[in-house]
Design a protein. Structure first.
Length: 184
């Protein structure tokens, strides 16, 4: 038997017969997402903006599955506010994000900078501070209303996804990120 260690909060979406329902953004913290279909089978899709259909991964009523995720995160050391928000990473570290990824920001001590599930619109590949490359990304979120300088000791930019379920009946799809600890 595989042992799962829950990570973060679990959540759910309604399974609707013959229609897709999609969750809100979810910060990816692990390499595995456990899903449980209750009362109805469901086709499952995960991604930046998924709409599940009958061609996606199927979980039968009462069934469970563990789906693979691709986590990515980086420490944030600077933010330039504006109609597009620019995020700076530590020098020499590069960016784990690409254009089209969606990300969520958590800033300890300056929560007004926080945002959820916003698109990466550009990765600056030019040499930045000290000649290092790819230490800056642009995010498609408007932060023009923030006038306080970013000074948080700890900012975390993390890849985010959504979960979508297309039902074969009415029910609930529960999902939870897990770490797989091995066999019991």
């Amino acid at each position: 038997m595989t042992v799962h260690k829950p990570v973060g909060l679990g959540s759910s979406i309604t399974i609707t017969s013959g229609a897709a329902t999609t969750s809100s953004g979810l910060s990816v913290q692990t390499k595995a997402l456990r899903v449980v279909a209750v009362s109805a089978g469901s086709f499952i899709a995960i991604g930046t903006s998924p709409t599940a259909s009958t061609t996606d991964y199927y979980v039968p009523a009462g069934g469970t599955a563990v789906l693979a995720l691709s986590p990515a995160s980086h420490r944030v050391v600077g933010i330039t506010t504006g109609s597009t928000t620019i995020i700076d990473f530590t020098a020499g570290s590069g960016s784990p994000f690409v254009v089209g990824d969606h990300v969520s920001l958590t800033s300890i001590g300056q929560s007004y900078y926080n945002f959820t599930h916003q698109p990466v619109t550009a990765v600056d590949a030019s040499s930045g501070v000290g000649g290092y490359y790819s230490t800056r990304v642009s995010i498609g979120t408007n932060t023009t209303g923030i006038v306080t300088a970013f000074t948080a000791a700890d900012g975390d930019l993390r890849k985010s996804i959504k979960v979508s379920a297309y039902g074969t009946g009415a029910g609930v799809l529960y999902y939870q990120q897990v770490q797989i600890a091995g066999d019991a």
